[in-house]
Design a binder for this molecule. Structure first.
Ligand SMILES: Nc1ncnc2c1ncn2[C@@H]1O[C@H](COP(=O)(O)OP(=O)(O)OP(=O)(O)O)[C@@H](O)[C@H]1O
Ligand SMILES: [Mg+2]
Length: 206
């Protein structure tokens, strides 16, 4: 990819602080003179916005269909939004990406989901991923301040426990790329921990 471009993704269960810290990262890069694109999955592309409504408001009834809809969203997002921005040397900050599928679609094997992710993305992996690690109860209590839950957030406690367990395995598979940040600390402290890695990513980019 182009000079100075960086692709960074934000992962973790709902309420762990992804959006909060993505904004802090955006400020960090902007202050350091980088051009930043902020995006998310599902819904980062034009077709993806329809898919987001379908996935989170309607909810896919068939699990395989849900996986494929996420992959369709990702394929559009990579080609229409992420790759063009990286080719222009921008920093792309993306709220959820391939690792969310591995965690949330946990009825399917890593092997299958890796293959589908590879197909949808053409092999584009983030340079750096943050996993904000937070106990389920804390995430639920943080989300109470928000009035509505979407179809995926409203799944039972047992489903979310499986999501957390899968995220743990996902992090263990790629410790170089995925930085685990303990997210129960106050916002500013979490940001400081993240910024250590952001400074490292600037230092090591070509
Ligand atoms: N470190 C923190 N300590 C306390 N509260 C926090 C912290 N980080 C975020 N919050 C608060 O918790 C709530 C959820 O945070 P945020 O929206 O960033 O999470 P999220 O991971 O983006 O959630 P979602 O996946 O549902 O979009 C917000 O009200 C936010 O202000
Ligand atoms: Mg969010």
């Amino acid at each position: 990819m182009a000079f100075n471009s960086l692709f960074i993704t934000f992962e973790g269960i709902d309420g762990c602080g992804k959006s909060t810290q993505l904004l802090k990262a955006k400020r960090f890069f902007t202050e350091n003179g980088y051009d930043v694109v902020e995006t998310r999955e599902p819904g980062g592309s034009m077709i993806g916005r329809h898919l987001r409504a379908l996935l989170l408001e309607e909810g896919a009834k068939i699990q395989r269909s849900e996986v494929l809809l996420f992959m369709l969203d990702r394929s559009e997002h990579v080609r229409q939004v992420i790759e063009p921005a990286l080719q222009q040397g921008k920093v792309v900050l993306c709220d959820r990406y391939i690792d969310s599928t591995l965690a949330y679609q946990h009825d399917f094997s890593f092997e299958l989901l890796d293959t589908l992710n590879q197909f949808a993305t053409g092999g584009l992996k983030p340079d750096l991923t943050f996993y904000f690690d937070l106990p389920l109860e804390t995430a639920i209590s943080r989300r109470r301040s928000r009035p509505e839950s979407d179809k995926i957030e409203s799944r039972p406690h047992s489903y979310m426990e499986n999501v957390l367990a899968r995220y743990t395995k996902v992090c263990l598979r790629e410790p170089q790329r995925i930085k685990v940040i303990p997210a129960h600390h106050p916002i500013e402290e979490v940001t400081k921990m993240m910024e250590v890695h952001l400074r490292g990513s600037i230092a090591s980019s070509p």
